[in-house]
Design a protein around this ligand. Structure first.
Ligand SMILES: Cc1cc2nc3c(=O)[nH]c(=O)nc-3n(C[C@H](O)[C@H](O)[C@H](O)COP(=O)(O)OP(=O)(O)OC[C@H]3O[C@@H](n4cnc5c(N)ncnc54)[C@H](O)[C@@H]3O)c2cc1C
Length: 435
């Protein structure tokens, strides 16, 4: 990998997400050689992916080059690499560009969509965890309307304009709200020759309330906001399968829909070599102690979504959210410095700063530890917090200007099919287009 030899101990970090970046920033000016490996050369601000999927933002305004984040840090090295295996016996990391030795290793690989083994949903449904996936979804949504114009089969047209979003957590709620706003404000103008009133946005939640990790008040308000926007909220229904055209559920309800978005589960991104049964917990997360060390390995740590640190307050680990990842990254950075200086490490204590979700224009819900509020003020708070945590000055300015423009103009101008997305079952309609 051409990393120079150093007299400092080498800390290899896998993953330049919220946790990995926070850790690298803490450590790279200290007496350690920091090598960050990521399969992407950019940090992805996942909370705003749904705005890319719905044409509200361009993808490059929520991505930021990892090299730029850590520019000027003297002991920092980045390599674009896909990590394939960890060899803990020889303290080496195997990647697609070669192997590297570590003194300390930190796994910060985040999480991926969990389809719970359902192949139909995995192959025919859409996920929204990465920027390419969000662009695929953006293309599919727009292509559906273009295709809907071409058919005089009413059933087929309705299926093309029928969207099923599975999972009533923040991702599902935010995406459903954004699609409903597009239906109301943009489709009638873009497609005057299509009866877009027939478009349906269905949000399907397995449990009895939306946003189950938030307060009851936030759940009720989010549901009310969505209903005001015209979203069909289905609760206590589990989607069981999807064949690309029909969504089956555990009830008699079925949906004929060309688009199913799966936002109903995540699991940790695991690595070969760190997959012993005793290391793994629910959702394939790596069990760590209060110093972020993986069970049985003193020099291997895990932070963020991939790690499960159990405590009295969090018996199933911390929520898979940006704040725990950032706080864990910072704590581990401080701890590694202590370790290198021969001082004892400090156990991690999570400071819950609250959670929030937006449903649409002037509509958001915020739960702070001592204060819960909803509506216009919550929406401004949501925007401020997201701008604050977005990495990069340029990105903040671009996103802010986009939001002001979209607010004033009731618009989302990034509704572009740059990279067409072809669903396998599109063949029939593709022929129709050629004819
Ligand atoms: C659609 C969506 C909306 C969200 N909204 C919110 C929100 O509003 N608020 C909130 O707090 N959280 C939200 N989250 C969750 C939040 O984004 C995650 O909890 C957070 O990103 C976890 O940080 P992390 O550092 O653990 O992992 P990540 O940020 O996911 O970073 C992991 C990194 O590891 C890299 N990687 C993985 N495997 C390998 C490998 N084998 N080799 C090399 N590199 C690898 C990846 O490329 C990635 O860069 C949302 C997530 C999604 C998907």
């Amino acid at each position: 990998m051409n990393i120079p030899q150093s007299s400092f101990p080498r800390v290899v970090i896998i993953g330049g997400g919220f946790g990995g970046i926070a850790l690298a920033k803490k450590l790279s000016k200290k007496e350690a050689q920091v090598v960050l490996l990521d399969m992407h050369n950019y940090h992805n601000f996942q909370p705003l992916l749904y705005q890319v999927s719905t044409g509200g933002l361009e993808p490059d305004s929520i991505a930021y080059p990892i090299r730029k984040v850590l520019q000027g840090y003297p002991n920092f090295f980045f390599r674009l690499a896909n990590v394939e295996e960890i060899k803990t016996d020889t303290k080496r990391v195997k990647t697609n560009i070669g192997e590297i030795f570590y003194d300390y290793l930190v796994v910060a690989t985040g999480s991926e969509t969990n389809f719970f083994g359902n192949k139909g949903i995995e192959t025919k449904g859409m996920a929204m965890k990465t920027i390419p996936q969000s662009l695929n979804l953006r293309s599919l949504i727009l292509e559906n309307f273009e295709q809907a114009l071409l058919t005089d089969d009413l059933h087929e047209r309705d299926a093309l304009m029928n969207f099923v979003i599975v999972g009533g957590g923040p991702t599902g709620v935010e995406l459903a709200g954004a699609l409903a706003e597009i239906k109301k404000g943009i489709l009638p103008k873009d497609y005057p020759d299509l009866d877009t009133r027939r478009a349906q946005i269905n949000l399907v939640q397995g449990g009895d309330r939306l946003l189950p990790a938030m307060s009851a008040k936030a759940s009720q308000k989010a549901e009310k906001f969505l209903e005001e926007l015209g979203v069909n909220v289905w609760k206590n229904i589990r989607v069981t399968d999807y064949d690309g055209k029909r969504v089956s559920t555990n009830t008699k309800t079925i949906f004929d829909a060309e688009t199913l978005v799966w936002a109903a589960g995540v699991k940790a991104v695991g690595l070969k070599g760190l997959d012993a049964e005793e290391m793994l917990c629910r959702g394939e997360r790596l069990r760590v102690n209060h110093f972020h060390q993986i069970e049985g390995l003193e020099d291997v740590f895990a932070i963020g979504d991939v790690a499960q640190m159990e405590s009295e307050d969090y018996p199933h680990g911390h929520p898979m959210m940006a704040q725990p990842a950032i706080q864990q990254g910072r704590n581990l950075g401080n701890n590694l410095v202590r370790l290198l200086e021969g001082r004892p490490m400090k156990p991690f204590v999570y400071k819950d700063k609250g959670s929030m979700a937006t449903v649409g224009r002037n509509k958001a819900v915020v739960d702070m530890p001592n204060f819960k509020f909803q509506g216009v003020f919550a929406w401004f708070v949501w925007m401020f917090v997201h701008l604050y945590f977005l990495i990069g000055f340029r990105n903040r300015v671009v996103v802010f200007i986009n939001w002001v423009y979209n607010y004033v103009r009731f618009d989302r101008e990034a509704r572009l099919i740059i990279r067409p997305f072809k669903k396998q079952n599109r063949v029939k309609r593709d022929n129709l287009v050629k004819n």
